[in-house]
Design a protein. Structure first.
Length: 666
């Protein structure tokens, strides 16, 4: 699959081999990072995610997702990690040890990582601590993470010297350990941090592992961030291996008066992995396991959407679903010379030319690449898609006359993309094989959908770029981030153990005003739309300030103050089954609100606290459920005496939840 004679690959491998031999060590297969992987920050949190209660369950989950390596935090500056002062009972340390061993039992490569400080910490002491932890866990792959954080910066006078001292001490401490490999992880773009001592760290590290987080309003652009980072690191460190750290998290960004929430999306994660695969990179890793798998603080993807995006990507396959297509499969293949293939020369370059050739009976062409001048040759493949859907688009890279590292294929007419998607293929890394550009949604009504363009402009002079066959193969949808199902409904109040109980309402919570009850509210009579949940034990108003939880997964459609009601949160819940209906829940009279409109929530996630209405009545939670859109259109809806509409637009919340409890209760 990979071109083993690639000089760049040989130089990178030689650099690693020389670093190992300098330690008197031989290569150890278990220390090599390959395929898909994750950073782990807090191992104890990994073991508390839904469906994961033990390290063995976590390891099996990783194995099922195709994860081949996991990088666990074991050190923080001069201290071991987890920090001893935050782990009195040793539970966190035990979780770290258990996770490492469980991964090994599943043949998943384990590395360790450490955050290192440029100031207020001694380089030698930090190196000794990481070496000590590496020996303790028998880890032979280490990632050094250095950034300018607060007053512990590296971009200061003497920073480069401290970096060299740290790496020198680290190598000396582990000089007798065979096969230790070192990676360095820091900023994605070196040009933005001109004073940071990248070179001082990389002198003694084997692998560049920049944190390529494509943060921007909207989804951001994973492809361009990866390509730019790769070019910068390869320019400075051409003989070092490059393994990118992608984003699988969400976080708030911006200044105090202009803040926005950004999250990596499943689509951009796939784009990132598509580009890394097309570049022939041996591995990709992501920050982080805890953020990708049920991170309740992620306002956009706080289920397993990001985890599933990484799990479903066929990163190890240059072109997925190889072999002959089935009888019902849709496949289009356009070779050079086909009626839907076009190429030409730009007239301002009279000496430009294609060179025809044959390989395995296929007609091919190649041309000289240009970097200092505009394109001089061009080619276009138009598939004329007849059936809309998702297509893997793969390009054939011949074994000869393909020495460019940056053949830039422009994919046109991708659904949802305003501009062509550009994937750069390192043709030098592949030989007589199909290389996937990725999976794209194409529209049969758009005549340009799926069209691929290629020129000889690669920012390189004097290399060769091959023009060969392109294949479109219809596949199943790669990312199903919009298909989200609720795994059951719980009461919105009570302790975790109480909410898991069969009986409703939980614990000492009572319904002071049940669904459909005819009652007097101040100066009017009404039929109640839901339940008024009270907790008056052990004392009156014990429910004041108690946490209010999302009864099921869904999206917040409203979070704000409404006249008479006070604070209200409305959640449109995910359906319980595919193509099933959604219901809305209203959580009213809240004190605090912990969520905002558009945010994704999971069952059991805190969304606010118990408060009271604007008339300063007793503290309680008003909770109702609607199977219609009435709460989406009017968060403060109140039918009053219209009993017919109460029973049309609302349902008994206790009865509904009792019928749809989560699996662990049923």
């Amino acid at each position: 699959m990979y071109r083993r004679t690639d000089s760049e690959t040989r130089m990178a491998a030689t650099g690693v081999a020389e670093a190992r031999s300098a330690n008197g060590a031989r290569a150890v297969e278990s220390a090599v990072i390959e395929g898909k992987g994750y950073f782990v920050w807090r191992a104890d949190r990994v073991l508390t995610r839904p469906g994961i209660q033990t390290a063995q369950e976590a390891a099996r989950k990783a194995k099922e997702a195709g994860i081949e390596h996991v990088i666990v935090k074991i050190c923080d500056g001069e201290k071991s990690y987890p920090l001893p002062e935050t782990d009195d009972d040793g539970r966190k340390e035990q979780a770290t040890a258990d996770l490492i061993q469980a991964m090994r039992d599943e043949a998943i490569t384990i590395w360790g990582w450490a955050f290192v400080y440029g100031q207020k910490a001694d380089p030698e002491k930090q190196a000794k601590m990481l070496a000590q932890r590496a020996r303790q866990f028998n880890i032979r792959g280490l990632v050094v993470n250095a950034e300018d954080i607060g007053d512990r910066r590296w971009s200061t006078e003497g920073g480069a010297g401290r970096a060299r001292a740290y790496m020198s001490h680290l190598r000396q401490e582990l000089a007798d350990v065979q096969g230790v490999v070192y990676g360095f992880s820091s900023y994605r773009f070196m040009r933005y941090q001109p004073s940071f001592p990248f070179a001082a760290f990389m002198e003694d590290c084997d692998i560049a592992m920049p944190q390529i987080y494509w943060v921007a309003r909207g989804e951001g652009d994973a492809i361009s961030n990866l390509r730019r980072s790769y070019e910068e690191y390869k320019e400075q460190f051409p003989n070092k291996l490059f393994i990118p750290v992608g984003a699988a998290y969400g976080e708030m960004y911006g200044s105090s008066d202009d803040r926005y929430f950004w999250s990596a999306s499943p689509v951009q994660i796939h784009r990132f992995m598509d580009q890394a695969r097309a570049m022939g990179l041996p591995a990709v890793t992501f920050w982080s396991w805890e953020h990708a798998y049920y991170d309740l603080s992620n306002q956009h993807y706080n289920g397993r959407e990001l985890w599933d995006a990484i799990a479903t990507h066929p990163f190890d396959d240059a072109s997925p679903e190889e072999g002959e297509p089935g009888e019902d499969a849709v496949e289009i293949q356009i070779r050079v010379g086909h009626e839907r293939y076009r190429d030409g020369l730009y007239p301002q370059f009279p000496y430009a030319a294609f060179v025809p050739m044959q390989s395995n009976g296929q007609p091919l062409k190649y041309a000289r690449t240009v970097g200092s001048t505009p394109s001089s040759v061009w080619a276009m493949w138009r598939p004329d898609i007849l059936e809309s859907g998702y297509y893997d688009i793969s390009v054939w890279v011949p074994g000869q006359h393909a020495t460019t590292r940056k053949a830039q294929y422009h994919v046109h007419g991708v659904v949802g993309a305003k501009e062509p998607i550009v994937i750069a293929v390192n043709q030098m890394r592949f030989s007589d094989s199909w290389v996937s550009l990725g999976t794209f949604e194409l529209d049969a009504d758009n005549p340009m959908s799926g069209q691929v363009n290629l020129t000889n402009h690669t920012d390189e002079d004097g290399r060769r770029i091959a023009f060969a066959a392109i294949r479109w193969r219809k596949v199943s949808k790669p990312v199903r981030d919009e298909i989200r199902l609720a795994d059951g409904f719980d009461a919105p109040v009570g302790t975790p153990d109480e909410r898991r109980a069969v009986e409703l309402w939980p614990g000492h919570w009572t319904d002071a005003n049940p669904f459909g009850n005819y009652y007097r509210l101040r100066d009017s009579f009404n039929y109640h739309t839901g339940a008024d949940l009270n907790l008056n034990k052990p004392t009156w108003d014990s429910d004041r300030g108690q946490s209010v939880y999302a009864p099921a997964s869904g999206t917040v459609t409203f979070a704000g103050r409404v006249r008479h009601w006070g604070n209200i949160v409305i959640i449109r819940h995910d359906p319980l089954e595919s193509n099933g209906p959604s219901v809305y829940s209203r959580l009213a009279h809240l004190g605090q609100m912990n969520v905002q409109r558009g945010q994704r929530v999971q069952r059991g996630q805190p969304v606010g606290t118990v408060g009271r209405d604007e008339y300063n009545g007793p503290y309680h939670l008003h909770f109702d459920i609607s199977p219609t859109e009435v709460l989406f259109n009017n968060p403060g809806d109140w039918p009053g005496l219209d009993r017919r509409r109460v029973y049309r637009d609302y349902i008994d919340p206790k009865e509904f939840i009792s019928k749809h409890r989560p699996p662990e209760v049923a």
